[in-house]
Design a protein around this ligand. Structure first.
Ligand SMILES: C[S@@+](CC[C@H](N)C(=O)[O-])C[C@H]1O[C@@H](n2cnc3c(N)ncnc32)[C@H](O)[C@@H]1O
Length: 389
């Protein structure tokens, strides 16, 4: 059924908010957004619509930026943007997509591709030994062919200059195929299953992955309006005020992690190990991660509220006076109890002098639900607009 267009009664964010049908059922994210799997990313139409409510002044912030959906839509609409995420795989992918593109990059692509593919084929014993010492249960999750190829490619990438954008681009290419060439069933199922993996198959996947990140970065570079730029920072969003200068943000647009919805660190654990990051550090700071809320985990929605309270305190410091916060959140089930996360977040906001000025429910199309619904069971999400009280 066609949604009826609602005519705004003013240009106030709360009035504009009501004119938007937030469901976006027909969303088909473009290649820039899909170059690397990230199951809980949101659809680009959401930040694009949220940007239309943002005041003209100030940068756009996503404190849980994932693989950069908000940042990409921000630079496409000519806004400066800053993204924070605890997961270094997420910020690496976002940075790679937003890394710009020059003639030299186009020239360097075949050279780097050949170097990376050779490194995958060569089977360097020293690199492999070092990786095997560092990575726990590596034989359970990776067969010997994948181990040798990943050790070689990681070695090639770590030899590049830390400021060379090809580091994050090639890191993204390799990371995008790690789950496929492991025994992990999928990005949303952490179970080892038998798979047939050949070196030829790995090399062919890498070949496509390098082209794919090259295409994403070069396409986005042509779409950035008015030289807008975006930066990504790997950090904990509960420390926002230490990371972002005060009074610089016009709009914070994001979907936060919430209890029991997903476990980012776990599903990206081996990506992190191969890329030289420490997944256990990410686990410790991750908001909402399942083991803290189920099984022997003791956290409740009050703990979630305490963490999000810190995020709101940070938002209070970094937002301009007329700045807005636009958030998408689903509900949780914690030990058999349904938890209304919109109510939890409204409380955190009130305690930090924000009020809810827009609230809508968006249905999620069953076929588009992107992560493990056996746990999250979400049929809809809340879209929430906050402004200073
Ligand atoms: C729902 S996802 C956001 C996805 C993003 N909107 C996108 O489109 O890619 C939530 C994100 O919060 C991140 N996260 C969890 N705890 C965090 C923390 N304490 N600080 C910063 N990021 C955190 C996760 O790594 C995940 O990327």
């Amino acid at each position: 059924m066609e949604a009826k267009a609602v005519v705004p009664t003013s240009s106030a964010p709360a009035d504009l908010f009501k004119t938007i049908d937030w469901s976006f059922f027909e969303s088909v994210p473009d290649q820039v957004h899909t170059v690397h799997p990230y199951p809980a990313k949101y659809i680009p139409e959401i930040p694009a619509a949220a940007l239309s409510l943002a005041p003209k002044e100030g940068q756009i912030l996503d404190p849980f930026c994932g693989i950069g959906t908000t940042l990409i839509e921000s630079v496409r609409s000519g806004r400066e943007a800053i993204g924070i995420d605890l997961n270094p795989i997420a910020t690496m992918v976002a940075e790679a997509k937003l890394s710009g593109w020059s003639e030299e990059d186009a020239d360097a692509l075949p050279r780097h591709k050949e170097g990376l593919l050779n490194a995958a084929r060569e089977s360097d014993v020293d690199l492999l030994d070092r990786a095997r010492e560092r990575i726990p249960r590596v034989d359970h999750w990776f067969d010997p062919v994948s181990q040798a190829a990943l050790a070689g490619t990681a070695g090639y990438i770590s030899a590049l200059d830390p400021t060379d954008p090809w580091r994050v681009r090639l890191g993204t290419a390799v990371s995008s195929i790690v789950v496929r060439i492991s025994r992990q069933e999928s990005d949303t199922r952490y179970a080892a299953v038998p798979k047939t993996i050949s070196l030829d198959g790995i090399v062919a996947s890498l070949d496509r992955a390098v082209d794919s990140i090259g295409r994403a970065a070069s396409t986005l570079a042509t779409q950035v309006r008015a030289n807008a730029t975006a930066q990504t920072i790997t950090a904990d969003a509960t420390k926002l005020a230490e990371i972002v200068p005060p009074d610089t943000v016009g709009a914070a647009i994001f979907s936060p992690p919430y209890p029991n919805a997903y476990e980012y660190w776990l599903y990206h654990k081996y990506r992190m190990y191969w890329m030289g990051f420490d997944p256990l550090k990410v686990r410790a700071g991750e908001i909402g991660a399942r083991p803290f809320y189920s099984g022997s985990g003791k956290l409740t929605e009050d703990d979630f509220a305490a963490q999000m309270g810190k995020v709101f305190a940070g938002l209070k410091s970094v937002l301009l006076k007329d700045g807005i916060v636009l958030m998408i959140v689903g509900d949780s089930r914690i030990r058999g109890r349904d938890v209304d996360n919109a109510a939890v977040l409204a409380r955190c906001a009130r305690e930090n002098s924000f009020e809810v000025t827009g609230l809508a429910r968006r249905s999620i199309k069953a076929t588009r639900r992107s992560f493990n619904q056996a746990i999250a069971r979400a049929k809809y999400e809340h879209v929430m607009l906050f402004e200073r009280a």
